[in-house]
Design a protein around this ligand. Structure first.
Ligand code: AMP
Ligand code: ZN
Length: 122
């Protein structure tokens, strides 16, 4: 990351939530990840699964992050399983870049369930 993008981490909402400097409804936390209820839920279940490492967008994922990526999806799956969603299924979304609808520049998985989802997405 460039120095500018590192600066962004200081102002990043999700880094500030991870540091407990901003409030959020935590539903999971370990050494590498945390999960919170989305503050503007788009479905009855809308959880954000977030690596603590400040990675602004998918293009900043490095080969050093391969283990992190595997654990990230495993964490999302474990949370879904804990909510009893595994059988019925759920939707995972990663919006990427402004054109992809990303509004917080710190990668996160949206875990959505509890209503019918359509394809193509909006
Ligand atoms: P995206 O638009 O894909 O970057 O997703 C960002 C998500 O973060 C949106 O669904 C927002 O509703 C959610 N969000 C923004 N600020 C907060 C916050 N302080 N606590 C919980 N969720 C938030
Ligand atoms: Zn961040």
């Amino acid at each position: 990351m460039t120095p500018n993008e590192m600066d962004d981490a200081r102002d990043c909402i999700f880094c500030r939530i991870a540091a407990k400097k901003l409030p959020a409804k935590f539903i999971f936390e370990d050494d590498l990840f945390f999960a919170i209820e989305d503050s503007a839920p788009q479905a009855p279940v809308h959880i954000l699964v977030i690596p603590k490492k400040h990675i602004p967008e998918i293009r900043y994922i490095s080969s050093d992050d391969s283990g992190l990526m595997e654990r990230w999806f495993r964490t999302a799956m474990t949370i879904a399983k804990g909510r009893g969603l595994e059988e019925a299924g759920y939707r995972t979304v990663i919006n990427n870049g402004s054109g992809g609808g990303q509004t917080v520049s710190h990668i996160h998985i949206h875990l959505l369930s509890g209503r019918k989802f359509h394809w193509p997405p909006g």
